[in-house]
Design a protein. Structure first.
Length: 277
C-alpha cells in the first residue's frame, strides 16, 4: 500500500487574482480556470466513491487499504477546499461555472448504480489528472510568468495527484471490478471530460472577451497540439489505460517526488498515513 501525506499548503488565496493570471495569457489562464471549476464537486465525488468502495471490502482487505484511503481522502479534501477559494475569485469576476452543474447531474445518476461504477469513474478520472500532472511537472515553464501563489497551487496539486494515482484503481480491483467496465468508463469519462473542458474554457474566454482573438487560439495550438503540447505529449500515457496489464504504478512519479522534496517550505504536514507494505 502507498504512504500518503496530508499537507497544508502555505499560500494565502484570500487576496484576489487576475483572470489572466498566467502571464496575461488568456487561453492558458482560461483553460486552467476551467479545470479548477470542476474540482470541488469532482474531488468530493472521488473521496466519497473511494470511501464507499473501502466500506464494501471484506474486513481484512479494509485493513490493508484503510491508511492509504485516509491519506487519499485527506489530500482530495484539501484540493476541494483550496479550489473552492480559487473559484470564488473567478465567480466574483463574472465567470459562470457550467461544468459543475453538469457534473452534479451525472453524479446523481451514478449514485443509483453499484458502487463499483463510481469507483471505476474515479479511477479513470484520476488517470487523467495523473497524466496531466506529469505534463505540468515536466513543463514548469508553463507557469514562468504566473501568479506565484497559483503556480505553487497547481504544481502541489499535480504532485499529489501523481502520488495517489493508484488508490482508486486498486480499490476497484479489490472490489472485483471487471476489465470491460473499467475500459467502458474510461471511454465515457474521456468524452465527458474533454467536452466539458472545451465548453468551460470557451465560456471562460467568452466572458473574458478574448474568445475571438487570434492570440488566444495561437496559444491554444502551442500549448495543446504543437510539439511539446499537452495532448500531443500525453496521448501515449493516456492510452496506456487500455492495455490489459495496465496499472498506474507503471507510470513514473519521480517528478512529483522531486517537487515535493524541493518545496517543503511550501507546505506543512497535517497527518500521514502509515505504510502497510
Amino acid at each position: 500500500m502507498s504512504q500518503l501525506a496530508i499537507r497544508q499548503l502555505l499560500i494565502d488565496l484570500t487576496p484576489p487574482f487576475d483572470l489572466r493570471w498566467n502571464g496575461e495569457d488568456a487561453f492558458t489562464s482560461a483553460f486552467m480556470n476551467a479545470l479548477s471549476m470542476s474540482f470541488p464537486v469532482g474531488e468530493q465525488f472521488f473521496l466519497d466513491s473511494v470511501r464507499a468502495g473501502l466500506a464494501q471490502l471484506p474486513l481484512e482487505q479494509q485493513a490493508l487499504f484503510k491508511d492509504e484511503v485516509k491519506g487519499f481522502i485527506g489530500q482530495e479534501a484539501t484540493h476541494r477546499r483550496l479550489h473552492s477559494l480559487y473559484n470564488r475569485h473567478l465567480l466574483d469576476q463574472g465567470m459562470v461555472n457550467h461544468w459543475e452543474q453538469r457534473a452534479i447531474k451525472r453524479i446523481t445518476a451514478l449514485s443509483q448504480l453499484d458502487t463499483r461504477h463510481a469507483v471505476a469513474v474515479t479511477a479513470a478520472t484520476e488517470h487523467y489528472t495523473a497524466v496531466f500532472a506529469h505534463w505540468l511537472l515536466s513543463n514548469e515553464g508553463f507557469f514562468n510568468q504566473a501568479d506565484p501563489r497559483l503556480k505553487t497551487l497547481w504544481l502541489w496539486h499535480a504532485s499529489e495527484e501523481s502520488e495517489h494515482r493508484c488508490t482508486a484503481f486498486d480499490i476497484y480491483r479489490a472490489l472485483g471490478g471487471n476489465e470491460e467496465w473499467r475500459l467502458r468508463w474510461m471511454r465515457r469519462v474521456t468524452w465527458f471530460f474533454l467536452t466539458d473542458l472545451l465548453r468551460q474554457t470557451v465560456n471562460n474566454l467568452w466572458h473574458d472577451g478574448s474568445l475571438f482573438k487570434l492570440s488566444t487560439w495561437t496559444s491554444a495550438w502551442k500549448h495543446c497540439f504543437a510539439k511539446g503540447g499537452l495532448f500531443r505529449e500525453s496521448y501515449s500515457l493516456w492510452s496506456d489505460y487500455f492495455k490489459p496489464d495496465f496499472h498506474p504504478s507503471q507510470h513514473p512519479d519521480a517528478l512529483s517526488k522531486q517537487w515535493l522534496r524541493s518545496h517543503e517550505n511550501a507546505y506543512a504536514l497535517v497527518g500521514q498515513s502509515v505504510s502497510t507494505a
